[in-house]
Write a protein that binds this ligand. Structure first.
Ligand code: C5P
Length: 219
């Protein structure tokens, strides 16, 4: 079957950067599963939906068209025909995505869309439940962590480069709240698959982490 490398972990651990680099070194496809949850969040906010109305959010999940487009400025995410990439990255969108992601029917509605990314010659899948729920048979699984302070610091730098004004303390609080919600939800809680390799990226360079990840695959 087509090989999958799953990279799960808490927010800000560097999953996106590491997964994209690993995919490009391997020549494999890349799935940013968080972008799907974020896209539903954006669509729900455009439609002014009530976040405490699960039925409306489930309908919104089925109705929202989500596309990925590789451009000169990186991967763009198109929600119902509109480029929503910048709005997708906001921490407010992350928090909304995390609330929506706790609804079991939303998760199951997105299951097949995620599995459809498994195409030859292989897939690198980035998220929270890639190794546990979506691709449990993946031959290569990583659980990527970093200290909460380092994760807040990385997010801060990313957002500052984009001109978004935030504070490290505010981000740290938001990240810890989102982690707690992702770990405590009853459906697909954030946790390593039993067969995942744990990599702590605190203090490591991007290249060092990519090298550790790629070392799991036969060369
Ligand atoms: O990875 P990212 O920060 O973009 O994910 C946003 C939110 O979407 C996470 O906080 C999590 O609640 C949810 N998510 C999820 N399962 C995934 C990917 C993301 O529940 N596979």
């Amino acid at each position: 079957s087509i090989p999958v490398l799953t990279i799960d972990g808490p927010s800000g651990a560097g999953k996106g950067t590491i997964s994209r680099l690993a995919a490009s070194r391997l020549g494999w496809h890349y799935l940013d599963s968080g972008a799907l949850y974020r896209a539903v969040g954006v669509a729900a906010s455009w439609a002014d939906l009530d976040v405490s109305d699960p039925a409306a959010l489930v309908r919104c999940t089925f109705d929202t068209d989500i596309g990925f487009r590789e451009t000169g400025q990186g991967l763009r995410v198109i929600v119902d025909g509109v480029d929503a990439t910048d709005e997708l990255r906001l921490e407010t969108t992350g928090a909304l995505a995390s609330a929506i992601a706790a609804i079991p029917e939303v998760r199951s509605a997105l299951k097949e869309r995620q599995r459809a990314f498994r195409q030859a010659p292989g897939l690198v899948a980035d998220g929270r439940d890639m190794g546990t729920v979506i691709f449990p048979d993946a031959p290569f699984k990583v659980f990527l962590t970093a200290s909460a302070e380092e994760r807040a610091d990385r997010r801060y730098k990313q957002l500052k480069d984009k001109g978004v004004s935030v504070t490290i303390d505010g981000l740290l609080r938001e990240i810890l709240a989102r982690d707690a919600r992702d770990a405590q939800r009853t459906v697909a809680p954030l946790r390593p698959a039993p067969d995942a390799v744990l990599i702590d990226s605190t203090g490591l360079s991007i290249d060092q982490v990519v090298a550790q990840v790629l070392a799991l695959l036969p060369s």
